[in-house]
Design a protein around this ligand. Structure first.
Ligand code: CMC
Length: 454
C-alpha cells in the first residue's frame, strides 16, 4: 500500500515538472508588494482587477499557473502535506510543529461530534433538500452550540457598529481601512476565541456533509471515527467503510487542492458578510451559498452530468460544436484568473486517470473527459486561453471514491472552509465594511403617476 501512495506522490511531482516546463516561456510575474491606500486599479465588470485588501494567505498567478498557500507551492503541499497541516498553515500562518499538529488534530476530532446539530438538522427534510442548502442549514445550526451572539453579552456594541458603518466614515472615495480589528469573535465562553470557532467549522462541515449524504441514501449518519484522519474519516462517514490508503491519500489531496483560492466569489461573499460584523458562522453560510452556483463550485457536479449526457467519446465533437453554437459555457473549463492550465486540474487529472484505469464503470466517463478536453482545446482553447479548471476532473475522482454527484459541491465546501475562515480572520484584523458602488444608468425627474392612471 505504501508503494501505491508513493506512486501518487511521484505522479504529483511529475505534474509539477510538466507545469514548470509548459509555462517556462511565460514572463516572471511582478512579485507583490504592500499597498499605499488609496490605490489606482483598472476594474472590469464583476470587479475584475479590483484589489479589495492585502493578504498573506495565498497567491494565484494566472499566466504561470501558480497557486501558493502562505509561500508554499501547491504541488509540494499535495505531494508532502495533509489537509490538517494545510488548514493549520492557512489559519495560523505557519506549518505546525509535531506537538501543535497533534493538538490541532485533537481539537478537530472533538469538534467533529455534532450530535445536537445533526438532531436539529434531521428535523428538516434533508433527503429531499438541495445538498448545499442542507449544508448551509446545518452550518448555521452549529452556530447555536458555541456562539452566544443571540445573548446580550455576545453582541458587538453600538460603538462597534457605528465605527464600521460606511456612512459614518467620511472616506468613501479615499479608503484607508481601519487600523485595528474592531471585532474578533471574542465574545463567547471563556475558553473560546476566534480561531476556535474556525476549527469548529473546519471539523463540523465534514460531519454535516457526510450526514447529508447518508440521509439521502436512506441511512442514519455515522459517528466520526477518532482514529482516522480528516480525509479518511470523511470517506468513512459517507461510505460506511474505512477507505484504503490510496483512497485516503486521494481524498486528502483533493481537500488540499480546494482549500483556498484568492478572492474567489465564495471567499469574497464570506468576507463581505464578516465585514458587517456578522459572525463567522453566517460568513461561512454565505460562502456555501455563493459556492453553490454552477459558475463556481457547482460546476463539478455539472461536469459529470455533461459527460453522462455526451455519453460516448465519439459524440464529443458534435456536442462541443452544438454547445458553442448556442453560446453555452462548457462546465469545467475557463477561469477568471488562469490563462494557462489550472495547477489543480493538473493534479486532479492524473489522479482521475489513475483511479479510472481500474474502475470499469468510471473509465468511459474519463475517456469522454479526455476527448472533451482535446476538442475544447482545438475549438476554443488556444484562441481564448480556455483550459480545464479544478472542477473538470474532481467529479471523476469523487465518483471513484464512491461519492454521489450531488455531494461534490458540499465536499468542495468541506475543504474551502479553511480558506474562508483564514481570510475572514485576516480581514477582520483591519476591518472595513465592503461597500462598492454601482454606476446609476437609470432615469431622473420622472413624475409620479397615480395607480389608476397607469
Ligand atoms: N465554455 C465556453 N466558453 C467559455 C468558457 C467555457 N467554459 N469560459 C469562458 N469562455 C469564453 C467566453 O464565452 C468568453 O468568450 P468571448 O470573449 O468570445 O465572449 C471568454 O471565454 C471569456 O469568458 P468570460 O465569461 O468573460 O470569463 P469570466 O472570467 O467572466 O468567467 C468563468 C470565468 C469560470 C465563470 C467561466 O469560464 C465559466 O463560466 N466557466 C464554466 C463554469 C466553470 O467551470 N466554473 C468553475 C470555475 S473554477 C472553480 C470555481 O470557481 O469553483
Amino acid at each position: 500500500m505504501v508503494e501505491e501512495t508513493k506512486k501518487i506522490t511521484e505522479m504529483i511531482l511529475d505534474a509539477a515538472q510538466k507545469a514548470r516546463e509548459e509555462t517556462s516561456n511565460e514572463p516572471e510575474p511582478e512579485l507583490t508588494r504592500p499597498l499605499q491606500w488609496p490605490i489606482q486599479a483598472t476594474i472590469g465588470p464583476g470587479l475584475e482587477g479590483a484589489i479589495a485588501c492585502e493578504s498573506k494567505i495565498g497567491y494565484v498567478n494566472g499566466s504561470k499557473g501558480w497557486l501558493i498557500y502562505r509561500g508554499y507551492d501547491i504541488f509540494d503541499l499535495c505531494a508532502y502535506s495533509t489537509f490538517e497541516e494545510v488548514s493549520y498553515l492557512l489559519l495560523m500562518g505557519k506549518l505546525p510543529t509535531a506537538a501543535e499538529l497533534e493538538e490541532f488534530k485533537l481539537k478537530l476530532i472533538n469538534y467533529r461530534f455534532l450530535n445536537q446539530t445533526l438532531r436539529m438538522l434531521m428535523s428538516s427534510p434533508v433527503e429531499s433538500m438541495n445538498t448545499m442548502s442542507a449544508l448551509r442549514l446545518g452550518t448555521l445550526l452549529t452556530r447555536r452550540l458555541i456562539t452566544l451572539l443571540d445573548l446580550e453579552d455576545g453582541s458587538p456594541t453600538p460603538a462597534d457598529y457605528i465605527n464600521s458603518d460606511e456612512d459614518s466614515i467620511p472616506m468613501e472615495t479615499a479608503p484607508i481601512g481601519e487600523l485595528h480589528a474592531i471585532y474578533e469573535f471574542k465574545h463567547r465562553s471563556d475558553d473560546m476565541d476566534d480561531t476556535e470557532a474556525c476549527f469548529h467549522l473546519i471539523a463540523g462541515l465534514s460531519t454535516i456533509t457526510a450526514a447529508i449524504s447518508r440521509i439521502r441514501q436512506g441511512r442514519m449518519p455515522l459517528e466520526p471515527n477518532p482514529k482516522l484522519s480528516h480525509a479518511a474519516n470523511l470517506l468513512y462517514m459517507i461510505t460506511g467503510r474505512e477507505p484504503t490508503a490510496v483512497e485516503e491519500r486521494v481524498m486528502d489531496i483533493a481537500l488540499i487542492l480546494h482549500a483556498d483560492h484568492g478572492m474567489n466569489a465564495s471567499t469574497f461573499a464570506a468576507m463581505v458578510v464578516a465585514s458587517t460584523l456578522s459572525d463567522i458562522y453566517f460568513s461561512v453560510g454565505a460562502g456555501i451559498a455563493a459556492l453553490n452556483g454552477p459558475l463556481h463550485g457547482g460546476a463539478n457536479e455539472q461536469v459529470v452530468r455533461t459527460l453522462i449526457e455526451i455519453g460516448d467519446e465519439r459524440n464529443v465533437k458534435s456536442w462541443v460544436e452544438k454547445s458553442l453554437a448556442s453560446k453555452g459555457k462548457i462546465m469545467g473549463f475557463g477561469h477568471r484568473v488562469y490563462k494557462t492550465y489550472d495547477p489543480r486540474a493538473r493534479v486532479l487529472g492524473v489522479l482521475a486517470k489513475h483511479l479510472a484505469e481500474t474502475n470499469e464503470s468510471i473509465k468511459p466517463l474519463f475517456n469522454t473527459a479526455q476527448a472533451l478536453e482535446k476538442e475544447v482545446g482545438t475549438q476554443i482553447g488556444t484562441k481564448k486561453k480556455i483550459f480545464p479548471n479544478v472542477d473538470f476532473f474532481s467529479g471523476i475522482v469523487y465518483s471513484c471514491l464512491g461519492i454521489a454527484p450531488e455531494m461534490f459541491t458540499p465536499i468542495f465546501a468541506v475543504s474551502r472552509v479553511s480558506g474562508w475562515t483564514a481570510r475572514v480572520l485576516e480581514y477582520l484584523e483591519n476591518n472595513r465594511i465592503f461597500r462598492p458602488r454601482a454606476m446609476y444608468t437609470g432615469e431622473f425627474n420622472k413624475g409620479y403617476i397615480p395607480l389608476d392612471q397607469r
